[in-house]
Design a protein around this ligand. Structure first.
Ligand code: GLP
Length: 262
């Protein structure tokens, strides 16, 4: 696992956007580049930078197919807190991606489990995900895979913990009861099947989750820790998120990244 430590949020986002654009630009072959994407505040700077690069002609999304990580169960697309709404207003409306290349789980599906099975099949039919960009929750959840979700889980319906509903209530008038109780989410196994995984971890409130992801054992309690067994996982983080790492760990990753740049 690589851990790329950047001084602040903006630098972390710039690093991640450059990395994603380079991967898209290097992609060759008949099949499109398949990109997994998250919502949340963490990726906002990455989306803004990728949109800027797209307008400047530095990267195109015409041959990119996207799959979003998750969606609230029971929220229609038009709801301003649906992840569909978030993705179009913060990213897809600002880049040259063809509409049909965007895949987001349908939170209003009549049969949610069938919708999740369809999603897995579609990912497989496109040859799998090349790069999965993600963020994590303060409890280390990846997508909506809360603590104690199986590390081999596939796309399915998830129950949100009280902690997550409290954290996400900032978008629902600070009322945790207004946060949907369930969501559709790719599984940890779905993320782990991607050829590369790039996770953004920023801010003091994610320091415990970063330490658990990197220094703790692989454990269902911190579902993000599954990344330790991925052959190509990168965590891009900022300085404030490093607060709970040991000094040795911190220095070790700085050394490795210095060597990467030589
Ligand atoms: C939500 C999403 C996650 C996201 C997390 C962190 O719970 N389901 O995919 O990573 O929030 O969000 P933020 O980046 O705003 O901290």
């Amino acid at each position: 696992m690589r851990v790329v430590i950047q001084e602040n949020y903006d630098k972390m986002c710039k690093w991640a956007a450059d990395y994603i654009a380079a991967r898209i630009n290097a992609h060759r072959g008949d099949r499109p580049f398949v990109l997994g994407l998250p919502t949340g505040s963490s990726p906002l700077g990455v989306y803004a930078e990728l949109a800027r690069m797209n307008k400047a002609g530095a990267v195109s999304f015409k041959n990119v197919v996207t799959f979003n990580m998750d969606e609230y169960l029971g929220l229609p697309r038009e709801h301003d807190q649906s992840y569909w709404y978030f993705m179009w207003s913060n990213f897809f409306d600002h880049i040259d991606i063809p509409k049909n290349n965007v895949n987001i789980l349908d939170g209003m599906a009549k049969d949610p489990e069938a919708e999740c099975a369809r999603y897995e099949e579609k990912i497989a039919s496109l040859g799998g995900i090349d790069l999965f960009l993600g963020g994590i929750g303060v409890d280390g959840h990846l997508a909506f895979n809360e603590p104690f979700t199986s590390l081999t889980s596939r796309t399915g319906v998830r129950v949100l913990t009280s902690d997550t509903r409290i954290v996400n209530s900032r978008f629902f008038g600070n009322d945790p009861e207004k946060v949907p109780a369930k969501a559709l989410s790719v599984g940890i196994g779905t993320v782990m099947d991607a050829r590369e995984v790039l996770i953004l971890i920023n801010g003091h409130n994610k320091a415990r989750a970063l330490a658990a992801s990197v220094e703790g054992g692989v454990s269902q309690k911190w579902t993000c820790s599954a990344l330790q067994t991925h052959p190509n996982a990168i965590i891009a983080c900022d300085e404030p998120a490093c607060g709970e790492l040991t000094v040795d760990t911190y220095k070790y990753f700085l050394d490795i990244e210095k060597a990467e740049r030589l």
